[in-house]
Every structure is written in structure tokens, then in C-alpha cells.
Design a protein around this ligand. Structure first.
Ligand SMILES: *[C@@H]1O[C@H](CO)[C@@H](O)[C@H](O)[C@H]1NC(C)=O
Length: 335
């Protein structure tokens, strides 16, 4: 496959043609999500300043003007996509029918190819004012709801949009019965039609590793958790390279692009779990697993995708990246 296969051709080539049951996912849903990423990128470039809009979202987070515009960009893209029947987001965390689906709910025996999208339109609000890289996190679920669903089998695709000097997207697809896919897209200004696949197989490498990368999130927790402190010290003593910006998406994508890395956001008595399972953890975990890595809950050592989310506000910590590094981090944190 050439270095610059067009995204739409790539999807057609890589997803088995006989898989008619997921046709809309590849021809309509994923292109719409990449369109949304291009749109958000435009919004960010056009925002000369980032300001608070004076409201908080349902979780009590301060909302920024760019959060609101990014939310609108995703909703617009989904409203144009008939296969997506519901959506919910970190900014508006209630599953609602999309604009193209006034008839609701679908007949219980519907054989239609239907999806729900759960997303975080703009992740990284604490580093957006200095214009650091931020991201969008999108998870695509088979059926009309993402709640109470087995994440292993029902979350069939995820997209991570990365807004840096370039706009890119890492796309993962795991359709039951077909091999998982993970690839990187250079997102064109006009969206999916204008996007090319620059890395057709995003894969975390196997040992031995030339360079080992670590991203210790919530580092302040090390001051009160001797195990986390010992883990960080281990990484320093063993000459790991620190790559941490505070942007969850760019920090995880760093490992995927370099082929190695471990991201750790532990939970301690004094620092509670912050990452939402539905809007952040599930899509990230799907991408990391499709790239051959692991994504684990640091409180239990269980896979992030092992348990459904019962509501839109369930939270956890995260350890993800190269499988053997994740195992080591979990052993270090849990003893
Ligand atoms: C933010 O950084 C991007 C490159 O990453 C640049 O294109 C853009 O002009 C910058 N925005 C501002 C307001 O400086």
C-alpha cells in the first residue's frame, strides 16, 4: 500500500467487502467523524483567543468558547449521518437522538445498521490557552446506546483527532469477526475526502526497545503514594525518556507513533479518578488495543474494556501503552 492512500479508498480496501453489516460505518460514519476533526481544526485556527463562556457543563467543568464550537462541529457532522441515531458527549452527557432521526426510539426488532457516538469534543482544556496540542476523542457503538453495552464487542470504532502543527487522526476499527485495524490519517482541510492514510498499520513494537518512553500523569500523586514514587524513580534510573504534555490524546498518540510508551494516570486516596469511561477511556482503550497494546484500570488491574458503563459519569484512572510496560506499571502500583 502506498504511503498516501486516500482515506476513503483505504477503508474500501481494508474492510472486507462482504461485510455489508458494517457498510455505513466505513462509507458514512467514519468519514463524518474525520470531517468533524477537520472542522474543529478550522475552529481552533480561527480562534485568536480562548475564553471562558461563563457556564459549566453538566460535570461542573468550566466551558470554553472553543469547547462549545467543537461540540457543535461534531453534532453537525452526526446530524448529517443517518446511521448515527444517538449521541452524547462530555459537554452534553445525555444520549439523545441526532437531528437526522426524529423517529425515536427505533423499532426494537430493527435490523438496520445503527450506531451511537460517545465523544469528548475537545480534550485538554488546561493546556489550550498556551496553544499546546489538544485532541478530540470519539467512540462509535453498534446499536442505539453506548450504555450497559459490552465495550469489547459493541464499541466497533474510535477516532482520536490531534490538533498540533498538523491535524491528524488515529482511527481504530474492531468489527467482530474481522482483524482489528489501527491507522493514522493526515486530515485535509476539506475533511475525509481530502485526507490520506500516512501510517496504514499503527503498531506498538515488541522488545527489545531502543528508547523507552513514559508519561506520568498526575505526578503530584507520587508525593503521597510511595509506590507511584518508586515507579517514577524506576523510570528515571532506567533512563526512560519523559514525554508528557498534559494532553491525554497527544500523550497517548505519541506512544503509538513512536511504537513504544506507557501512560500512567493512577488514582490515589487524595486524587480521585478523573477520566470518564464513556468519553475518554473506552475510545482510547480501543485504539491502544487495536495497536497491539493494553489499557488497564490502575485501581483493579482489569482491562478498561472489561466492564460496561452504567451511566455517562463513571470515571477511572488509566495505564495504557506497550503491553509489557503496562503489566510492569500495574505490578508496581498494586504490589
Ligand atoms: C497555534 O499553533 C498553531 C500551530 O500548532 C498555529 O498554526 C496557530 O496559528 C497558533 N495560534 C495562535 C493563536 O498563535
Amino acid at each position: 500500500m502506498s504511503e498516501t492512500t486516500k482515506l476513503l479508498d483505504f477503508l474500501q480496501q481494508r474492510v472486507p467487502a462482504d461485510d455489508a453489516s458494517h457498510k455505513q460505518l466505513c462509507t458514512a460514519v467514519l468519514p463524518a467523524l474525520v470531517d468533524a476533526v477537520a472542522d474543529i481544526s478550522r475552529v481552533l485556527r480561527a480562534s485568536s483567543a480562548v475564553s471562558q463562556v461563563g457556564t459549566a457543563n453538566a460535570f461542573g467543568d468550566d466551558q470554553l468558547n472553543v469547547d462549545v464550537s467543537s461540540e457543535e462541529a461534531v453534532r453537525r457532522a452526526l446530524d448529517g449521518c443517518a446511521a448515527v441515531v444517538t449521541a452524547s458527549s462530555e459537554e452534553d452527557p445525555v444520549e439523545k437522538p441526532t437531528g437526522c432521526r426524529p423517529e425515536w426510539p427505533p423499532a426494537p426488532d430493527s435490523q438496520e445498521e445503527l450506531y451511537s457516538v460517545a465523544f469528548d469534543p475537545l480534550d485538554g482544556s488546561s493546556i489550550i490557552a498556551p496553544n499546546w496540542s489538544v485532541g478530540t476523542i470519539l467512540g462509535v457503538w453498534r446499536g442505539p446506546s453506548a450504555l450497559h453495552q459490552d465495550p469489547q464487542t459493541r464499541q466497533v470504532a474510535a477516532v482520536l483527532g490531534v490538533y498540533g502543527p498538523r491535524t491528524t487522526a488515529v482511527v481504530a476499527l474492531r468489527i467482530p469477526g474481522t482483524p482489528p485495524l489501527c491507522f493514522e490519517v493526515a486530515v485535509g482541510e476539506a475533511g475525509a475526502a481530502d485526507s490520506v492514510v500516512v501510517r496504514p498499520d499503527v503498531k506498538l513494537a515488541a522488545a527489545p526497545f531502543k528508547t523507552r518512553y513514559f508519561a506520568p500523569a498526575n505526578l503530584r500523586a507520587a508525593a503521597e503514594d510511595a509506590r507511584y514514587m518508586a515507579l517514577v524513580t524506576h523510570c528515571i534510573q532506567n533512563k526512560y525518556t519523559l514525554r508528557y504534555s498534559g494532553g491525554l490524546v497527544p500523550d497517548v498518540v505519541h506512544a503509538l507513533v513512536k511504537g513504544h510508551g506507557v501512560y500512567a494516570s493512577p488514582v490515589t486516596a487524595a486524587s480521585k479518578a478523573k477520566l470518564r469511561r464513556l468519553y475518554e477511556l473506552f475510545p482510547l482503550a480501543l485504539v491502544v488495543e487495536c495497536a497491539g497494546g493494553r489499557a488497564v484500570d490502575p485501581a483493579t488491574g482489569a482491562d478498561i474494556l472489561a466492564h460496561p458503563s452504567k451511566d455517562t459519569d463513571e470515571r477511572a484512572g488509566l495505564v495504557c501503552g506497550t503491553a509489557e510496560e503496562v503489566d510492569f506499571v500495574i505490578k508496581s502500583l498494586l504490589g
